[in-house]
Design a binder for this molecule. Sequence first.
Ligand SMILES: [Zn+2]
Length: 234
Amino acid sequence: MIRNNVLLIMEVALATEFIWYVYRWFRSFGKKTSNARRAEKANVRKPKENISKVMFFSNEASLCRAHIISEETCLRDSCPVRYLREVESYINRAKRNLDVCMYTLTCQLLLNAIVNAHKRGVLVRIIMDHRMACNQEMQTGLFYNNGVPIRLDDLGVLMHHKFAIVDNDIVITGSVNWTMSGFFGNFEHLLVTNHCVLVQPFVNEFDKLWKIFSESSEKLQHSVQHPLIDESSQ
Ligand SMILES: [Zn+2]
């Protein structure tokens, strides 16, 4: 009788142990499946945002100058203020790199956006034309004073490009120099794209120019920081 009871207890214990193992196996299997699902979800990449934008500026753009400093909205299809703020927003979204290759650059809004990008840790590089950079209105000293790397064309030919590259991913290019007269009064155009077949040649060209103008930086730094002194001494 006692023996039968002992056997019964052992059988119950074994059955309980078996049920416990089965329960644990199902539980870990469920966990693995939900983890796999979560990992799968994380690995699904968002489709790349398609950026293809063309902006045209005209003589009518001067009518919008008045509302650049206000919060007013404008109903014009080609409002240059809206375009300018779009360009600023592309600069503001830079996370890693910002390369600017610009013949003339005096637009304070964009100058500030570039310097701010540098201040938040974006690797900023500026290429400009030597003669334009030494113009006292260029405020190129702003870049030097804030430690933004800048190289100048001193080869005796114009560095006439007007393009910028954000994170090696977005190109902003066109006829317009980044000046107030460029945005507010001239017939100009800008094109913004993130199509890699168009972006990559600009990335390569910028790298090439950065190397070509590598020796210009130090010897020209003083003349850019002190344009008036240099002009009077000539
Ligand atoms: Zn407007």
